[in-house]
Design a binder for this molecule. Structure first.
Ligand code: ZN
Length: 261
C-alpha cells in the first residue's frame, strides 16, 4: 500500500512532477535550477563509477544524477584515470552528445547522431584518451514527447516507405518545422550541465568535437577553454542530407557543402 512507503499527497506530487517532466522538461529544469540555487545545493551527484571493457578499449564509466531534470547522464573516460580529478587532461578530446534513442537504439536513418557517437568513440579509442559526455536530453531538450510529435508532423508512412511530408507550397518539411508545428522550440538545450560535469571532473580545457556553435559558446561562456574540432558526417540518404542542411540553415551548424555531397 502507498501509505506504507509514502503519503498519498507525496505520491500525487511525484506523479504530477513526472507528468510535467515528460511534457515540459525545460520548464521543470528551469524551476529546479532556481530552487537548487536558492537552496545552495549542487546540481549533480555522482551515482557511481566503474572500469569497463569495451570494443573501443578500456574506459572508466561514470554516471551522474541530475537534480535539475531527474535524468542520469553517462560519462566515458578513456585513458589512465586513477583519481577523482582529470587536471592532467590538458585539452582532451571531448564529445558532448545528446541522447537520440531513435538513431542509437533503433538505428533510425533520418539523423546523424549514431554516426557522430561512433566517430567520437573511434577517435578517443585511437588517441587512447578522451571524454564522452552522454546527456539524457532527448528531442533537442524538448523531451521525447516533443520528438514523437515533431517526427509525426514530418514523416508519413506510404506504401511501406517512410516519406517526408510537404507544406502547402510543396516544400519538404524538416524536423524543426515539426517541432514548431507541435508548439515547441527548434532547440531547448543548454550545455550548463555538461560544464558542471567537466568542472566536477577537473577539466578546464577541451578539444570539442562539434559542429554546433551554441555548444562552443555554451562552454566558453562558463570558463571552459575550447578548441573546436569539426565532425564530418556523410549523409547516408536523402532524408539525412536534408536534415543536415536544415541544421546548418536553421541552427547555424558548421556543415559544409562538402559534407552534404
Ligand atoms: Zn538524432
Amino acid at each position: 500500500m502507498i501509505c506504507e512507503v509514502m503519503k498519498k499527497d507525496e505520491f500525487l506530487a511525484i506523479i504530477r512532477y513526472l507528468d510535467r517532466n515528460w511534457s515540459e522538461p525545460w520548464k521543470v529544469e528551469a524551476e529546479m535550477i532556481k530552487l537548487l540555487n536558492e537552496s545552495k545545493m549542487p546540481r549533480l551527484v555522482e551515482l557511481g563509477r566503474t572500469p569497463l571493457p569495451t570494443e573501443y578499449g578500456p574506459m572508466t564509466y561514470i554516471v551522474f544524477g541530475d537534480y535539475a531534470t531527474g535524468k542520469e547522464h553517462d560519462v566515458a573516460v578513456f585513458g589512465k584515470f586513477d583519481g577523482k580529478k582529470l587536471r592532467a587532461y590538458n585539452y582532451p578530446l571531448v564529445r558532448i552528445h545528446s541522447s537520440c534513442r531513435t538513431s542509437e537504439l533503433f538505428q533510425a536513418t533520418n539523423c546523424e547522431c549514431r554516426q557522430e557517437l561512433d566517430s567520437a568513440l573511434e577517435q578517443m579509442s585511437k588517441e587512447k584518451k578522451g571524454i564522452l559526455i552522454y546527456l539524457d536530453q532527448e528531442g533537442a531538450g524538448n523531451g521525447i514527447n516533443a520528438k514523437l510529435a515533431a517526427y509525426r508532423n514530418t514523416f508519413d508512412l506510404k506504401n511501406g516507405k517512410v516519406t517526408v511530408k510537404k507544406d502547402k507550397k510543396g516544400r519538404k518539411l524538416d524536423i524543426y518545422d515539426g517541432y514548431v508545428k507541435a508548439g515547441y522550440k527548434s532547440e531547448h538545450r543548454d550545455f550548463d550541465v555538461a560544464v558542471a560535469i567537466l568542472k566536477t571532473l577537473g577539466i578546464r580545457s577541451v578539444r570539442l568535437m562539434t559542429n554546433n556553435p551554441n555548444k562552443i559558446e555554451g562552454l566558453a561562456s562558463k570558463g571552459i577553454k575550447v578548441k573546436p574540432l569539426g565532425i564530418h558526417i556523410k549523409p547516408i540518404n536523402e532524408i539525412m542530407r536534408e536534415h543536415l542542411l536544415a541544421k546548418a540553415k536553421k541552427l547555424g551548424h558548421n556543415i559544409t557543402d562538402k559534407d552534404l555531397k
